[in-house]
Design a protein. Structure first.
Length: 718
């Protein structure tokens, strides 16, 4: 991992009386240490990647405290770690991206929730929902409900978030339930400060080992017949215990309101800041959060405490519930609580707010407008009505002017990405063999689903591409291609895909991108990350990292894969030929192509400082750049359609007799060579040139350069 968390690690060491400044997710990380956590694990994914990344880099400090840190191979293995807290009084925390990570972890979570825990368990999930999300739009809430896990959704304010971590462990211990702490994207990145406390070295730890295993206790197994007892314990003991703790500790907050205190708002804690921003649009709240309406903040969204909710609703003119996402679990439970108490307070929620999608300030303001117009029209300023109407009118005007909705701006692969050439080769191979069905996967290569490649018929989960073609490939005339990253391969693909295909003798083609990292989640190291030990004469590391790690290949061979090729990704012709062979060979079993090429983002992070240090020492530095000879470019732009590199673009044709723009390579080219490789493989116009930019050139090179320049001048005069 190349990103350094040096400063963040310093923040983790802050003690009593010092002030922590920083992002929400780092505050959560610090709070884990203040809570005396014994072990931490997880699988990275936005928006919570930093938690584990920082912990992994802080291992020497974690060792001092005795805290064990495990970078798990997937979310299931992270969830299974929590088994340590079933018997032993040790606190544990794991983290991942939800909803996808929770899906993967679901089996272990069910088996953990059934017997319950002794030591406090906190599962920190990044609720990747709404604008900026990168996964399916579902709610973690469903898992808390079905398995019986408490769900925290803290108000995004650093002291409150830290408080909820510390109380979350206590809640888990008081109720014997695992506790999920969900953090939306904005909560992870909210900045603020809090007064730190000393970190607590856990009692049982790597520094103070548990002397003996606990006695055998069948009740602690998620195994019949005791699972029937567990089910009863959940409803008869654990949930009531959790409700008692939530009430006694005041985990949910009520703000009384002022001139409109007879109107109530109930809000998920994570939405509180946006709600205050929306109320400000009506002049109903100030910048410090003082609201005219009464607000009940659910920092714990499950289990709900019916008595507290009905107490808040009793006597109100009306109540609006702000619950993001669907289904409306909280609204249904609240309506039931009101009904059971025979309370007639009008309850609104999804009837005034959208059923799905992020509740931004504007969305909430629209819901508040409907609520206030119904129950307190005098509280609606004309300016707010105009603001909302103005926003809608502007959007409509833009759409009318364009004639279409605003064009999407999808993300793309980095400049020089090693995965791009493979999709160029795939385009070319399909020209020969015909179109093939392509099973896509999660990872940077999923960006090939956008233009100019538009590749991938399905994405069924991380590492699932080979498994997801099992029903398709027997029905297709041509062979199906499954595309997978090395991150996905280790996360899931090896077992669900490769093992299954071999066992069933499937005629399948798998292409694995071996770029050396789980790049899409933040370029974390994996088991096949190449060793980084090469040194130059001055002792500098990292100048000539060579991909020699054969972990994937040896694993595949060990499992029995017989048709296996490793091809460098930038060798487009060779990749095209290998793909064509895989699609047409008489070999009927699993065919695997390992596409080898280091993640360019990581490569640049590695070599740029090294090149700068060489240059500063006066040593020779050579950089490769590609360019387009505008006199030769025929204006066809096939190179752009075949590459998609952001630095390969268009400019006005300098020839006054031609109208078509020419291709051009703008600043930023990293000299990956794909332009040249594509030009050869697809027999494009010969307009690309390769230039070597040499700094601190030696005297023979400078002399040669002067002679060449003089010769050029002579020829130009001739
Ligand atoms: S992070 Fe690496 S693998 Fe992902 S798009 Fe960028 S260069 Fe390619
Ligand atoms: S060589 Fe071509 S594909 Fe590679 S970075 Fe430069 S412009 Fe992009």
């Amino acid at each position: 991992m190349e990103v350094s968390f040096h400063e963040e690690i310093k923040a983790l060491r802050l003690g009593q009386g010092q002030t922590f400044h920083g992002e929400g997710i780092l505050a959560i990380t610090k709070a884990l240490l203040q809570s005396g956590v014994s072990y931490v694990g997880g699988y990275q994914g936005a928006p919570v990647s930093h938690l584990l990344d920082v912990m992994v880099q802080a291992r020497p400090y974690m060792d001092e405290l005795g805290v064990h840190v495990e970078a798990c191979s997937n979310e299931a293995s992270a969830a299974a770690m929590l088994g340590a807290s079933i018997h032993y009084p040790v606190r544990g925390a794991v983290t991942w991206k939800s909803i996808v990570g929770t899906n993967v972890a679901a089996d272990a979570l069910s088996n953990l929730s059934s017997p319950g825990v002794t030591g406090g368990v906190l599962i920190v999930v990044g609720e990747d929902y709404g604008e900026g999300a990168s996964v399916i739009q579902e709610r973690t809430h469903a898992f808390a409900l079905k398995s019986g896990m408490c769900l925290l959704d803290p108000r995004p304010d650093l002291p409150q978030m830290v408080h909820m971590v510390e109380k979350g462990f206590e809640l888990s211990e008081a109720s014997h339930m695992p506790v999920i702490l969900e953090l939306r994207i904005r909560a992870c990145h909210v900045r603020g400060s809090f007064e730190a406390r000393d970190n607590v070295a856990p009692h049982w730890s790597k520094q103070n080992l548990i002397p003996d295993p606990t006695r055998f206790d069948y009740m602690r197994l998620a195994h019949p017949p005791v699972t029937f007892v567990h089910e009863k314990l959940k409803s008869q003991e654990r949930i009531p215990a959790a409700r008692r703790f939530i009430t006694e500790q005041g985990l949910n907050e009520t703000f009384a309101g002022s001139e409109h205190a007879d109107l109530g708002l109930i809000v998920q804690g994570g939405l509180y800041n946006t709600l205050i921003r929306s109320l400000q649009q009506f002049g109903l709240a100030d910048a410090f959060g003082q609201s005219s309406l009464a607000i009940h903040v659910l920092n714990v969204t499950w289990p709900l405490v019916p008595e507290a909710l009905t107490r808040f609703c009793a006597g109100k003119q009306a109540v609006l519930l702000l619950e993001e996402g669907q289904p409306e679990y909280i609204e249904q439970e609240l309506a039931l609580a009101l009904r059971r108490q025979d309370l007639q307070t009008p309850l609104h929620g999804k009837d005034m707010l959208p059923s799905g999608g992020e509740y931004t300030a504007e969305v909430m303001a629209s819901g508040l407008m409907a609520f206030l117009e119904r129950h307190r029209p005098s509280a609606v300023p004309e300016s707010t009505r105009q603001w909302l109407q103005g926003n809608a009118a502007r959007r409509q005007a833009v759409q009318q002017a364009l004639g279409t909705p605003l064009p999407a701006r999808p993300p793309g692969m980095c400049i020089g990405c090693p995965e791009r050439p493979v999709f160029s080769a795939l385009k070319l191979a399909q020209q020969d063999v015909g179109p093939v069905h392509i099973s896509g996967d999660i990872g940077c290569h999923a960006l090939a689903t956008f233009e100019p490649f538009s590749v991938g018929h399905s994405i069924l989960g991380y590492g699932m591409s080979l498994a997801s073609r099992a029903g398709v490939s027997p029905l297709m005339k041509r062979r199906v291609l499954s595309v997978m990253g090395d991150g996905g391969f280790w996360h899931n693909g090896l077992l669900t895909g490769v093992q299954s295909a071999l066992f069933n003798g499937d005629d399948a083609v798998l292409l694995i991108f071996k770029n050396g990292y789980t790049s899409a989640t933040g370029t974390q190291d994996i088991i096949n990350t190449p060793e980084d030990t090469a040194k130059d004469a001055a002792g500098d590391k990292r100048q000539s990292l060579v991909h020699t790690n054969q972990t994937i290949e040896s694993t595949l061979k060990g499992l029995g894969v017989q048709w296996l090729r490793t091809v460098h990704t930038y060798h487009v012709e060779e990749m095209k030929a290998t793909l064509t062979e895989a699609f047409t060979t008489g070999f009927q079993g699993l065919k695997v192509i390992v596409a080898e090429g280091e993640c360019q983002l990581e490569r640049q992070r590695r070599i740029k400082p090294w090149l700068a240090s060489l240059q500063a020492r006066g040593e020779r530095v050579e950089r490769v750049k590609y360019g387009v000879d505008e006199d030769v470019c025929n204006g066809d732009h096939a190179c752009i359609r075949l590459s998609g590199c952001p630095t390969l673009t268009l400019k006005d044709n300098p020839d006054p007799l031609k109208v078509d723009p020419v291709a051009t390579v703008i600043d930023g080219c990293v000299g990956c060579g794909l332009c040249g490789a594509n030009a050869h493989a697809a027999t494009l116009c010969p307009s690309f040139y390769r230039a070597e930019v040499v700094q601190n050139a030696r005297w023979p090179e400078r002399l040669k350069g002067r002679l060449q320049a003089a010769a050029r001048r002579l020829l130009q005069k001739a």
